[in-house]
Design a protein around this ligand. Sequence first.
Ligand SMILES: NCc1[nH]cc(CCC(=O)O)c1CC(=O)O
Length: 333
Amino acid sequence: MRAPMSAGHPLSEVPRHGSALPLRVGTRGSPLALWQTRHFLAIISDLCPVLRAAQAFEEHVIATSGDRILDRRLADIGGKGLFAKEIHEALLDRRIDFAVHSLKDLETELPPGIVLACTLKREDARDAIVLGEGCGVPDAADPYACLPAGALVGTASVRRQSQILFARPDLRCGVIRGNVQTRLGRVRSGEFTASLLALAGLKRLGMAEQAAIVLDPEAMVPAAGQGIVGITVRESNEELCELLSAIEDREAAAVSRAERAFLAALDGSCRTPIGGHARLLPDGQLHLTGLVARPDGSFLLKRALTGLVKQARELGAELGRSLRADSPADLFA
Ligand SMILES: NCc1[nH]cc(CCC(=O)O)c1CC(=O)O
């Protein structure tokens, strides 16, 4: 727990200019998005006594294209930024003051005038498998062994699809989208044998027990930013930028800098399976694992680099360039 700010600290005062109370926070409307938004508001209110007042914040639920179009892969409907476009517009139009995002759904290049002001402490970054009927007993040492030959795995993520098909070419993957509850329902109903989901989402929704198997991040490389919540604001709102920088989690900031620089250097489309996962080593260095693959798992390249935290961005960019140089050019066309 952090100590509340003492009087005189910028956070002990009601925001002065641009951002009158209540502060309007933009969020998607899914149960996970709302959980993340309330989690963030609890952290910021804890730290800033004046904001603990009722009505210091107003939630604005914004439906995004990514929420509306549920029958296709994101890659097929325009890809990156689909969960954020309408939220960026609301920020730039001053209908909201800041917005809460799952960092992995936030494009690396934000529209001019919008900045990522802070990242919150990372929840578990790993992917998990949810099993339906007809599967064997889960074995952590051989995580896919419990899936029967030819089983239909539900995922809309080319990153997860490529990695599971690389390990188990006999499996089939089908598109499953919608919020976490919807996806679990489609496994329970027998439509899919299993599904791959972010453990962070399951945990936040109190459903971690649904995860039959948790995948090691070196075996199933998570998406850049997975498990991290990021807050965007208008760059011109210095007051809010300052407020938010006080709740930045330094470790989350370092790993997300490396992972997002890696992603940006690859410049893949949403059709290119890309995984990027950084962690701090006991000696304080940053270890970054990156992956590029073909969606059908017929090609997969995974590499890791270790470097200094203060060079997180350079480390990410270097790993991105290195994977790109050794991947088939059509993956980045
Ligand atoms: N793309 C949807 C999405 N965006 C963030 C999460 C999980 C929470 C997180 O990664 O922080 C999920 C669900 C999932 O991938 O299973």
